[in-house]
Design a protein around this ligand. Structure first.
Ligand code: IMP
Ligand code: MG
Length: 180
């Protein structure tokens, strides 16, 4: 593996937390509250999920939460489109409003799979909230209803996002720099 390090900051901790507040306002505006379930896609979403959940408190929303794990085959930085469920939720989503939470929307394979899964299971509504949107890389016809920030076609880490399962602890989003 190439030598790498977390370099230039793309979004600071302060920018992330300010955006979180407005993001929950947007989500809460269309959320009746009854049957509201947040489902985080592991592992990248765990930090974003925790902060989003806390931010919902001001809206007096009390979502049920759970997580799923999805694995995509391919190299460490590029998925090849085959997604499989490696850890499932226990929550019965029938008739519920599901909000999927993920760290980044890239090609769209992961989110397309997750949205289809919960629709098939009879959720009343399935929406998605992603912290980052790498729109230029999209190959699937899938959208996230709520987006924190756009991001260019760079490999980014921090605030839950990883490279080789590292750098998740960074409080900001940084670009990975590879040395050749
Ligand atoms: P997609 O299925 O191609 O949309 O990929 C989504 C998943 O790929 C995300 O949940 C991330 O786990 C991972 N991913 C895509 N781009 C990045 C990145 O820049 N940094 C870290 N993980 C990424
Ligand atoms: Mg992920």
């Amino acid at each position: 593996m190439k030598k790498h390090n977390a370099g230039k900051i793309i979004y600071t901790r302060e920018q992330i937390h300010a955006r979180l507040e407005t993001l929950v306002d947007e989500i809460a505006a269309g959320e009746p509250g009854e049957g509201f379930v947040m489902i985080g896609i592991l592992r990248g979403s765990f930090m974003f999920m925790a902060d989003l959940l806390r931010a919902f408190n001001k809206h007096n929303l009390h979502p049920q939460i759970d997580f799923i794990s999805l694995a995509s085959y391919g190299s460490s930085t590029v998925s090849n489109g085959t997604v499989r469920l490696t850890h499932d939720t226990d929550i019965d989503v029938r008739g519920k409003n599901v909000l999927l939470v993920d760290d980044i929307l890239d090609t769209g394979h992961t989110l397309a799979f997750a949205k289809a899964l919960f629709r098939e299971r009879g959720a009343k509504d399935v929406k998605a909230c992603v912290l980052l949107d790498k729109k230029s890389r999209r190959t699937e016809k899938v959208a996230a209803e709520f987006i924190g920030f756009p991001v260019d076609d760079l490999f980014v880490v921090g605030y839950g996002l990883d490279f080789d399962n590292r750098y998740r602890e960074l409080p900001h989003i940084a670009q990975v720099e590879f040395e050749d």
